[in-house]
Design a protein around this ligand. Structure first.
Ligand code: CA
Length: 228
């Protein structure tokens, strides 16, 4: 039973924490709750979880952002913020604390579990595929092959411009995460690139046109894009 991945739920609202715990348990995870930031750090140290769900607004000395900072000082374990308001999202994104994703309350527990799965899949994939690039199967018939710089749709190659390929590859490597236009510009075009972030939108439009409905690329309002 100890093979079940441990997940720490940091949330002071017991109704939300219990509901999330129920869904995680049902999906084969081992959830632990903490209702304050101080307790969260203890539980994380004790349980060494695979992922942390972190409420931003917590009672006591440490809020969610403090807890995130404390975790990041020691590890890069995935963190998903649970945020109550748009203003909190702005703070989470603005501080660049290294959160892997966030969901806004009220959220669907099923959607949250899907995000958890996506992030855990990515972090286990990242550690096993170090070295040579392996093709990334996006499901829905799209395969991205970074070694050959080729994308196939239902087995047929699709002609993509260089940046279109790079953008799709970057999104595929960060699957399940909401990425801002700035993150995409930095990751694909390079940090020194001077230009308009609408460049990203233009390339996304091209990818959607060429790959159609098979491309599960969501627009995340106010943030950017997420490949599911
Ligand atoms: Ca709260």
């Amino acid at each position: 039973m100890s093979d079940e991945p441990a997940i720490v739920i940091v949330e002071d609202d017991p109704n939300i924490a219990d509901l999330v715990e129920l869904y995680l348990r049902r999906d084969g995870y081992r959830p632990y709750q903490a209702s304050t930031g101080e307790r969260a750090l203890q539980v994380i140290a004790e349980r060494n979880p695979e992922l942390v769900l972190l409420d931003v607004g917590l009672p006591g000395e440490l809020d969610g952002l403090d807890v995130c900072r404390a975790i990041r000082a020691e590890s890069d374990i995935p963190i998903i913020f649970l945020t109550a308001r748009d203003a909190e999202i702005d703070r989470v994104l603005g501080l660049e604390l290294g959160a892997d994703d966030y969901v806004t309350k009220p959220f669907s527990p099923r959607e949250l579990v899907a995000r958890v799965k996506a992030i855990l899949r990515r972090s286990s994939g990242a550690s096993s595929s170090a070295g040579r690039p392996t093709p990334i199967d996006l499901g829905w018939e799209i395969v991205v092959d970074p070694g050959r710089r080729e994308v196939t749709l239902a087995g047929e190659p699709v002609a993509l411009a260089t940046r279109e390929f790079d953008l799709l590859h970057y999104l595929a490597e960060h699957r399940g995460l909401a990425l801002s236009r700035l993150q995409l510009l930095d990751g694909v075009w390079g940090v020194g690139w001077v230009g308009d972030d609408r460049t990203v939108d233009v390339h996304v439009r091209q990818l959607r046109k060429k790959l159609g409905d098979a491309l599960r690329l969501e627009t995340v309002w106010g943030v950017g894009y997420r490949l599911d």
